[in-house]
Design a protein around this ligand. Structure first.
Ligand code: HEM
Length: 322
């Protein structure tokens, strides 16, 4: 017993030092410093989404776009003539005002304590819950970044092959399973006609539509996005359940009713098809499996290139560095 203690003590000390040096997040980081933090974010998100459901997909997508560029450090929220916000793929993001509202309430309740990066991570979870998801515990303790550059914005794109999607996720420490699960975020929200128009009339120069699209669904998409029509018009990514966080998106992929080419390809490729298949099914068990796995992969994504400890800062307002 004595011997064990001697071996364990220095070992634990080294682990503790390493943890402090690297920094890490943990569930309940604000329990003692701002016990109302999570309640405040939740209530702001709840009222915003109740008023306008499109905030839920907006905030979820914003969190993904934050994490994939210089880590989950709220760099997406910074204003500036060449900040991330100004990059093309971010031009339609929605929900900045919701994050700002939560921050302003938190600065009144506990000034200088809660980072914008954590507010965004919590708000993404609360948005999902607000449209029917079951949620997950969000580790907190992120610090806000000091840099935001449009030139660093590179996301997977709607025309990306499965190989490209996998490579881009692997670069962020996420595997193929995480890719298929996180893209399940497309169970809510919409895409502009411009992002998938190439599939509808002249797919890859063939003069015919993408053969992967179901015939009836093609008619629907063509009605929504006529040739020469308004490219900014938006179409539900998960037909028939755009405001419900559920697993029907995966069934739509199987049925040729995926809207984005990148999504639809997840069914054509055997590597991803078998993962998609695992989420299809109308039972409560399938639904809760998706919810559980989504939460798990979101937590993984929320740890990309973390800034913790003494790195970065806690911004006073989310759109400017201090
Ligand atoms: C291969 C990866 C991905 C690609 C290629 C992709 C692409 C896109 C595209 C093109 C849109 C439509 C944008 C527009 O026209 O406004 C979109 C919307 C959206 N994406 Fe993704 N995405 C990917 C992964 C993700 C992930 C990981 C999440 C979250 C976990 C996510 C959440 C969303 C949401 C919620 C919307 C709807 C936004 C709204 O309605 O305001 N996406 N995505």
């Amino acid at each position: 017993m004595e011997v064990h203690t001697h071996i364990k003590t220095p070992f634990l000390f080294v682990v503790l030092l390493a943890t402090l040096a690297l920094g890490s997040t943990r569930v309940g980081f604000y329990n003692t410093t701002c016990s109302q933090a999570e309640t405040i974010v939740r209530s702001v998100v709840e009222s915003a989404v109740r008023l306008n459901q499109t905030f839920a997909p907006g905030i979820l997508q914003m969190f993904f776009h934050d994490c994939f560029v210089s880590g989950c450090d709220a760099s997406i929220l910074l204003d500036g003539s060449s900040s991330e916000k100004t990059a093309g793929p971010n031009s339609l993001l929605k929900g900045f005002e919701v994050i700002d509202a939560a921050k302003s309430m938190l600065e009144t309740a506990c000034p200088g304590v809660v980072s914008c990066a954590d507010i965004l991570a919590l708000a993404a979870r609360d948005s999902v819950v607000q449209v029917g998801g079951t949620g997950w515990a969000v580790p907190t303790g992120r610090r806000d970044g000091l840099v935001s550059l449009a030139s660093e914005v590179t996301f997977p794109g709607p025309k990306d092959s499965v190989d490209d999607q996998i490579v881009k996720f692997v670069k962020k420490g996420l595997n193929t399973k995480d890719l298929v699960i996180l893209v399940g975020g497309h169970t809510i929200g919409r895409a502009s006609c411009t992002t998938f128009h190439h599939r509808l009339y002249n797919y890859s120069g063939t003069n015919v539509p993408d053969p992967a699209i179901d015939h009836t669904f093609l008619r629907h998409l063509r009605t929504m996005c006529p040739e020469g029509g308004d490219g900014a018009r938006r179409v539900a990514l998960d037909t028939d359940s755009v405001n419900n966080f559920d697993n029907s998106f995966y069934g739509n992929l199987r049925d040729g009713r995926g809207v984005l080419e990148s999504d639809s390809l997840l069914w054509s490729d055997p590597r991803t098809q078998k993962i998609v298949q695992g989420f299809i099914g109308g039972s409560r068990r399938h639904q809760s499996k998706f919810n559980k796995m989504f939460g798990r992969s979101m937590v993984k994504m929320s740890k990309i290139e973390l800034k913790t400890g003494k790195q970065g800062e806690i911004r006073r307002v989310c759109n400017k560095i201090n």
